[in-house]
Design a binder for this molecule. Structure first.
Ligand SMILES: Cc1ncc(COP(=O)(O)O)c(C=O)c1O
Length: 386
């Protein structure tokens, strides 16, 4: 049998062979192989809320790596206990328990199993344009047809209703519904912000029918929207909260936070070998401390408001709408977004898309005022020239 050593290494399902190669990061700056610097306006996909390589988190990882890298969840560990305690201390007192995994999609899978088990029902109501991950359960809750069709049949029992349509939501939820799963701001679906009336209706209809309510804050969580958790904006508290992305400062993590009232209703088992390992918990603890100490949610609120204001004056013949919350902003163009992203990249700014016409801005919350202003200026410039 011959080896594969001479062939160029290929990453399975990589999005493009012409991708920029980035090798180093500090704060909101990323460097390519030739040493050219780029400002991250979304390149870390909402993971880098604290920027790249935040020194406190790096120190915590180094210290923990030297102490204990891995421990099965059958054993207690003070770092895991401290991380879970710190996370719960930032949440309303109705939350009592945390399941730790390794990604956003796993946080969603756990929520689906908890909801089925706690309610004895199987029906799930999710939203059109919603995104919850790519494993089979989370994918079933995800909206986009082209992500799902090649893998059908998916998990049965999922229905999708128009986002922000109170009547459609109320009509879809009944006493066979296990779970209503919503993003407070839809990220992958194009940056659409929930209305207060919609989230309040979701809370009321789930209470009335005995379904559970889950908010997927994988992208909105941890300061991104100008609050530690987006749901704080509306004061609507779910039964299950899904977190991942930035929770451990850049290390892989997922968390499903569960209301105390739901915990004893769970029957069966759920587990992840790597979930809650001491290394990630040490990074998570340091990340939460940093978010609170540096008041990063307030910073996201302030910089986000400035961004919405400055981007809001772009020419309406090119820009259909600018929307968002905190440092989660979508710019919807009348034409394809790809040329604008390429023009930004050539100027040293990296933003991402959400669908074919929306530019998504998810800069680190530690981005400096000057870097953010430069990014906003560059966007205005490429739009003016495009
Ligand atoms: C709202 C939301 N939920 C779930 C996920 C899935 O997370 P992961 O890619 O870590 O599985 C994502 C990823 O973008 C997301 O934005």
């Amino acid at each position: 049998m011959s080896g594969n050593g001479s062939a160029a290494p290929r990453e399975f399902a990589a999005s493009s062979s012409k991708r920029l190669t980035l090798v180093r990061g500090r704060g909101a700056t990323l460097w390519d192989e030739s040493g050219r610097a780029y400002i991250d306006l979304g390149a870390t996909h909402g993971v880098g809320n604290l920027g790249s390589a935040p020194p406190e988190v790096v120190r915590a990882i180094e210290a923990q790596a030297a102490e204990l890298l891995y421990l099965g969840s059958g054993y207690a560990n003070p770092v895991r206990t401290a991380f879970i305690g710190r996370l719960l201390s930032l949440l309303p007192s109705s939350f009592g328990s945390v399941f730790l995994s390794n990604s956003g999609t796993e946080a969603a899978e756990a929520a689906l199993k908890i909801a089925r088990s706690a309610t004895g029902r199987t029906r799930v109501v999710a939203a059109m344009r919603g995104f919850h991950g790519r494993t089979m359960g989370a994918l079933s809750a995800t909206w986009r047809k082209e992500l799902k069709e090649p893998f059908e049949p998916l998990v049965p029992g999922f229905v999708h209703v128009p986002y922000n349509d109170v009547a459609a939501l109320e009509a879809a939820v009944d006493d066979s519904t296990a779970l209503v799963l919503l993003e407070p701001v839809q990220g992958e679906g194009g940056v659409h912000v929930a209305t207060e009336a919609y989230l309040r209706a979701a809370r009321a209809v789930t209470e009335r029918t005995g379904a559970l309510l889950a908010f997927d804050e994988v992208q909105t969580g941890l300061g991104r929207t100008g609050r530690m958790f987006a749901f704080e904006r509306w004061g609507v508290v779910p039964d299950l909260l899904l977190l991942a992305k930035s929770l451990a400062g850049g290390l892989p993590v997922g968390a499903t936070v569960v209301a105390s009232e739901v915990v004893p209703r769970f029957r069966g088992s759920h587990h992840s070998t790597f979930g809650g390992n001491p290394l990630v918990c040490a990074a998570g603890l340091a990340s939460l401390d940093l978010l609170v100490r540096e008041k990063l949610p307030e910073r996201a609120d302030r910089l986000g408001a400035r961004g919405l204001e400055r981007l809001g004056v772009m020419p309406p013949e090119k820009v259909r709408e600018v929307r968002g919350l905190g440092l989660m902003i979508g710019v919807e163009f009348r034409n394809r977004v790809a040329p604008y992203l390429a023009a930004l990249e050539s100027r040293g700014f990296l933003a991402i898309s959400a669908g074919s016409t929306v530019m998504r801005l998810l800069p680190p919350l530690v981005i400096s005022d000057e870097e953010w202003d430069a990014g906003l200026g560059a966007i205005a410039e490429v739009v003016a020239r495009g």
